[in-house]
Design a protein around this ligand. Sequence first.
Ligand code: TPP
Ligand code: MG
Length: 463
Amino acid sequence: MKSSNFYLSNYYTKDKTLRIKKSKHSKSQKIQPESKNLKAVVLEVDDFKKNSNGHQEGLLTSESKTEVQIINRIEFMPKKNKEKNATNVEKEQSMKFFEKYDSFKNQRVEILNEEGNVIHEELRSKELTDEKVLEAYKIMNLSRNQDDYQNKMQRLGKMLSFLSSTGQEATEVGYAMQVKKGADWFVGAYRNNAAWLTAGIPMRNIMLYWAGNETGNIAPEGINVLPVNIPIATQYSQASGIAFAEKYKKTKNVVLTTTGDGGTSEGEFYEAMNFAKLHEVPCVFMVENNKWAISTPRSKATKALNFAIKGVSVGIRNVIVDGNDLFAVYSVVEEAIKLAREGKGPSLIEFDTYRLGAHSSSDDPKVYRPEKEFQEALTRDPLIRTKKYLISKKIWSDDLQKKLDLEQQEFIKKEFEWVLANNKVELEDIFKYNFETMPDLLKEQYEEAKAHFDKHGYERGGH
Ligand SMILES: Cc1ncc(C[n+]2csc(CCOP(=O)(O)OP(=O)(O)O)c2C)c(N)n1
Ligand SMILES: [Mg+2]
């Protein structure tokens, strides 16, 4: 909601007056900027219309000799809420991102530029200290090393299949760092390696799952992270439901959920957000726009101007963020979480990022991805940008990088060795996973599969 004070300081006409009109043709009401009672004057304009929020609404115009120009729509709370209104205005003004950056104009939040320089210190979260940036960077680097290692293991036939976070680490680490352990929830999709690590899922669990063992999906006690979600956008409904429960239980816990750009074409994307907004549940919806849905480019998936404005259809505030900018991701997510905790309902955040790897370990992007686009995207690698910042602050160096890579590669290898030694899957486990007692239909399918594997062997492949 816009306040009259906001316009007072921003829209003076040449003769230093403000004019408030209901419409282009009605009589204007002249207001002196020195007058402190602009709000009172405007509220007396009784032909202002009530809008869908139940607020008074009219048009703020400026006049010159030849034309009347509509500057902006202006909205007021009913007079009786004057006190409350003032507090709300204050809080709205403390929003640094939502309702300041206009997704209809494709405006994007940026704090750390590609050279690793902070260009908007005033927007940077106070919580995001240099120590925290370093901590985040180490997880980003760990996830990247894990992706590289898993690529090799998959090619050796030791891992079935997996989907990498390569290129999207600033987004995933930036939001997942703010999931309060034992309280908040993270409901992800399948391309969330960096987020899972950050939220507290042990690496061996993730590897176990991709090696074909569902038990890898069991999160440790106190880590509220739901299992890997393959059917796209279904996680949004689960997140909405959990957030509803948290609100019902009157906790201050919030739910973070994420989908890809392709996932926003699913009906469930809208259904879940509609429910969430209707009940003002504490949920942060996120879209990791990595420009591709397998081999389908964004241009063949939607005519929407961007993904953030898809929130408008269900009334959810929304914003676009440079997803390769750890500082912007962290700061915007912090605001969305704060609003959710304060009971101000859901938000939608689009992270503008890029999938630097293949869709999955069974995909070859060289077949469909323009090489030039890929090369350009490499220059915006979030790891490079964050590293540049840390080096400029003299808290990182090439030597420290080498040391970290060696340590992390050793750790990753050990985790995978554990997986190889503990990955015994009984065929029955696959069927008994979902129900306490196996229903007849699954029993039949199990018998059929057992007969097949007994005959043809239990050798496992990938895709
Ligand atoms: C409901 C559903 N339909 C189709 C698929 C097959 N599928 C797997 S990944 C994918 C593309 C998703 O792209 P996007 O949402 O952009 O996520 P990304 O893989 O780029 O992270 C599709 C269509 C699926 N998993 N679930
Ligand atoms: Mg995508």
